[in-house]
Design a binder for this molecule. Structure first.
Ligand SMILES: Nc1ncnc2c1ncn2[C@@H]1O[C@H](COP(=O)(O)OP(=O)(O)OP(=O)(O)O)[C@@H](O)[C@H]1O
Ligand SMILES: [Mg+2]
Length: 281
């Protein structure tokens, strides 16, 4: 399914019961194998949008399609065979008593043999570096460990599409790096399709193919990281900022720019310096 549109959102309006509209006029498409990052101020509706895409809300104006079928026409089983949501708050996701039981829940529900379930749980816990915690009670885990168990639960099911709500919140820098490398590896090897909400703009240029900005209940902008991150004043209006590497290079890039994009990653920064200041190369 790489390259074909897997998720299409044409949302006219969504409100929670007894509230004013939270989201309006949002159109976006995500192709197989693509990584879309959703950015925006706290409370703008990122979590709500991910839950809508996952088919958790039925009452909205407009349409949301998974592989060409309106999500409200699909049964939960048909959705979770293809797509899984990592909740922002792990407490919303975890419910079993031990780590093993929690991660095993999804594969068991997909009717795998108990042997296959054990293999999948073992592999998924190893990927998130939680192999030693299989028998640990969920209540004994730290926040970051709970996030990793939630992710293992999704990985054990082998979804083709992952919706990730602030997945790196509460992880230490090394775990964060390993986690993002894991996502990029899965994307490359298994053509995983990823939609991720985050506040961590520094990470975005390393992972995203496309970035969507939510602002004032709607989608203000969508584009590649370089199309999104080049104007600090505009970003401030959306309660965002340039990634740190972009901030570092912004003034000198504006002065010397030959039309090449603002460096946003360490590698892009090094290439820019080598091009502009030959003695350093
Ligand atoms: N169950 C609910 N009932 C009513 N209003 C809700 C509910 N959940 C969220 N909201 C409101 O919807 C709006 C969007 O919330 P949402 O959690 O989607 O924002 P967010 O962009 O994910 O924020 P954050 O960055 O803090 O996670 C907020 O104004 C919030 O108060
Ligand atoms: Mg949120």
């Amino acid at each position: 399914m790489e390259g074909s549109v897997r998720i299409r959102v044409n949302l006219k309006s969504f409100s929670y019961p007894y509230s004013n509209p939270i989201l309006k006029d949002i159109f976006l498409e995500v192709k197989g194998g693509e990584f879309l990052v959703i950015l925006g101020a706290s409370g703008v509706g990122k979590t709500t949008l991910l839950k809508l895409i996952d088919g958790l809300f039925k009452k909205y104006e407009g349409e949301i399609f998974l592989d060409g079928i309106e999500i409200r026409k699909l049964r939960p089983k048909e959705i979770y065979r293809k797509m899984g949501l990592l909740f922002q708050n792990p407490e919303e996701q975890l419910f079993a008593t031990t780590v093993f039981e929690d991660v095993a829940f999804g594969p068991r529900n997909m009717n795998f043999s108990e042997e296959e379930v054990k293999t999948r749980v073992g592999e998924a816990l190893s990927l998130v570096e939680m192999s030693d915690y299989q028998e640990c009670p969920i209540s004994h885990l730290s926040y970051g460990q709970k996030k990793r168990v939630c992710l293992a639960g999704l990985l054990a099911m082998g979804h083709e599409i992952l919706l990730l709500d602030e997945p790196t919140q509460g992880l230490d820098p090394l775990l964060e790096k390993n986690f993002l490398n894991l996502l990029l590896k899965l994307k490359k090897e298994k053509a995983l399709t990823l939609i991720m909400a985050t506040h961590q703009v520094d990470l975005v240029p390393y992972i995203a193919d496309k970035v969507a900005i939510l602002h004032n209940k709607t989608m203000a902008k969508i584009g590649t990281p370089h199309e999104i991150f080049n104007d600090p004043e505009e970003l401030e209006k959306y309660s965002l900022r340039l990634p740190s590497i972009g901030e570092l290079f912004f003034e000198v890039w504006k002065k010397f720019s030959d039309g090449s994009p603002l460096p946003l990653t360490v590698e892009e920064g090094k290439t820019f310096l080598k091009k502009k200041f030959h003695p350093l190369s």
